[in-house]
Design a protein around this ligand. Structure first.
Ligand SMILES: NC(=O)c1ccc[n+]([C@@H]2O[C@H](COP(=O)([O-])OP(=O)(O)OC[C@H]3O[C@@H](n4cnc5c(N)ncnc54)[C@H](O)[C@@H]3O)[C@@H](O)[C@H]2O)c1
Length: 254
């Protein structure tokens, strides 16, 4: 799937990994619909120019994501070529806190709803639109890139909700790729390590330095464009399918 002259839906596109992906795909000649809950998405789309549109929306809402998919289909003259799904939230809560209180069940549900159910929602609506595309010469109709996390495999204390939500994203990759193969739609997931984004800016400097030091090489946090470069490679390389790629400089959390 080439980026040039194709149209992509990017969720979580107001910030961090999604914003960088939108920028890279536009630089490569693609068109993008930027979907995010945050109104910062409007300014980012404006910065990217005529090849970009903003749609405010919540990834857990069927109506919102249907509207974002419709906007992408319209921008692509009837054809949505791919989705890069970056919207997500991080959460930290112990099962039992210092005072002996159990974790809040609503907070757990919220993380699962946004990160896991939101991913399923985006996949189902984008896949239904892409299945209608005329296939390319090699039968390809579209590509879905989801965002997991190394926390799916190496979850830390307090990450029961976040790790479970991302492990669910990992778990859906292969069955979704197998199912959508008959439509010529590939499904991949990227599992980032620790990246320099607003999501990570909340952690104290000391903790960020310790995380950077724990990366075998390069000894630093990832840059959003490094995620975007992998997303671009996945879009353009048709043999990448049904797999989760760790993008983490070799870090393995204790
Ligand atoms: N930054 C990291 O180190 C890191 C590591 C591993 C995985 N990830 C994952 O990468 C993805 C992107 O993270 P980021 O670092 O760019 O974070 P970020 O906070 O910079 O961006 C996330 C974006 O998602 C949007 N969003 C949140 N909930 C939404 C919803 N319900 N509907 C629509 N939009 C919503 C936010 O408004 C925000 O713009 C997330 O899924 C995150 O879990 C990030």
């Amino acid at each position: 799937m080439q980026v040039k002259d194709n149209t992509f839906l990017i969720t979580g596109a107001a910030s961090g990994l999604g914003a960088a992906t939108a920028e890279r795909l536009v630089a490569a000649g693609g068109r993008v619909v930027l979907c995010d809950l945050s109104d910062a998405v409007d300014a980012h789309a404006e910065r990217l120019g005529d090849a970009a549109r903003a749609v405010r929306g919540d990834v857990t809402s069927g109506d919102d994501i249907q509207a974002a998919v419709a906007a992408a289909v319209a921008l692509g003259d009837g054809r949505l070529a791919g989705v890069v799904h970056c919207a997500g939230v991080v959460s930290v809560a112990k099962l039992v806190d210092r005072e002996g209180n159990p974790a809040d069940l609503e907070a757990y549900n919220r993380t699962i709803q946004i990160n896991l159910v939101g991913t399923f929602n985006v996949m189902r609506l984008a896949a239904a639109a892409m299945a209608k595309n005329t296939p390319s010469e090699d039968g390809e109709r579209g590509v879905i890139i989801n965002t997991a996390s190394i926390a799916a495999m190496d979850g830390q204390v307090g990450q029961c909700a976040y790790s479970a939500s991302k492990a669910g994203v990992v778990g859906m990759s292969l069955p979704a790729a197998r199912e959508l193969s008959r439509h010529g739609v590939r499904v991949m997931a990227i599992a980032p390590g620790v990246f320099e984004t607003p999501m990570m800016s909340e952690i104290p400097d000391e903790a960020a330095q310790a995380l950077a030091a724990a990366v075998p090489f390069p000894k630093r946090l990832g840059k959003p464009d490094e995620y975007a470069r992998l997303a671009e490679q996945i879009i353009t390389n048709p043999m990448l399918n049904g797999e989760v790629i760790r993008l983490d400089g070799g870090i393995r959390m204790q």
